[in-house]
Design a protein around this ligand. Structure first.
Ligand code: B1M
Length: 214
């Protein structure tokens, strides 16, 4: 099957909430030697974004969105296993969390998978994580970078809360910070004083390596 046909099948599996098909397509893509990152971005992620657009227009409803997200996670798990094959030497430590009030963790999961492949140790705190816990764990694990993901216009304010709290506690110079997630922009990062913004997982890797001076 051609690369484009595989990307198309991946999108359809998400749109049709078809988990067995998604897993089969992910496995086939790997068997045919495709880059798992490309399969995720041009196939499965495009599918979930299309579902999001349909949801935004009221053409699909929450149960389908939830199902599609589950299918996306199953496909990501297959591709993630392949991505973690070549772990390089550790270049630094990064804590990542989806902010409080936000359950969207698919994109964060992809960022985690990709960052790990580049020899950065990742402490993944999961989703709906309060600022206080993020700070506590950053100190406990003595991380170099704190990364937060926010997908809702109502939750990106948590990223500002984190910057303010770090400054208030005298911890701001101890860590580099990175923000990401659909509503975030470079302008937002500049406005709240974050050290980096990444539009997607590939850019998150580049920016993380830059922050680490690697
Ligand atoms: Co929700 N949701 N959702 N949702 N959902 C959005 C975000 C939305 C845009 C859909 C829409 O209306 N078109 C909309 C937000 C509108 C807004 O805020 N303006 C929305 C809404 C409204 C909601 C609910 C409120 C719906 C409801 O209950 N009525 C609810 C909120 C619940 C909550 O959080 N409190 C909700 C729930 C859900 C599901 C549970 C069903 C599910 C999430 C499942 C999960 O993640 N476990 C879900 C999904 C799947 C989506 C969409 C369709 C897809 C998100 C996604 O996974 N994208 C989304 C629409 C969309 O984005 N087009 C939508 C694929 C992923 C690979 O991309 O997450 O952007 P993304 O991550 C990218 C980059 O952003 C970047 O790299 C990633 C990989 O390339 N990145 C980082 C992300 N984090 C980063 C961190 C970094 C660096 C880069 O550094 C640290």
């Amino acid at each position: 099957m051609s690369k484009e046909a595989i990307f198309q099948e991946a999108q359809e599996a998400i749109l049709k909430c078809d988990a067995p098909k998604a897993v089969a397509v992910a496995k086939q893509a790997l068997a045919e030697g495709l880059d798992p990152v490309e399969v995720l971005s041009k196939g499965f992620s495009t599918g979930i974004q299309r579902i999001g657009d349909l949801f935004g227009r009221g053409e699909v409803f929450l149960p389908e969105l939830i199902l599609s997200a589950q299918v996306m996670k199953e496909a990501t798990a297959v591709l993630d296993a392949a991505m973690q094959g070549s772990q390089a030497q550790k270049k630094g430590k990064m804590l990542i969390a989806t902010v409080e009030g936000d359950v969207h963790d698919i994109g964060k999961g992809i960022v985690v998978s990709l960052v790990k492949t580049q020899g950065i140790e990742v402490i993944d705190l999961g989703r709906e994580v309060p600022v206080a816990k993020i700070m506590e764990k950053a100190v406990e694990y003595s991380v170099d970078i704190i990364g937060t993901s926010a997908l809702l216009t109502t939750t990106i304010t948590e990223q500002k809360k984190l910057e303010d709290a770090l400054r208030k506690e005298g911890l701001r110079d101890r860590f580099k910070t990175m923000v990401g997630g659909a509503p975030c922009t470079q302008r937002w990062a500049d406005r709240i004083g974050a050290d980096a913004y990444a539009e997607d997982a590939a850019e998150a890797v580049t920016k993380a390596l830059k922050l680490l001076g690697a």
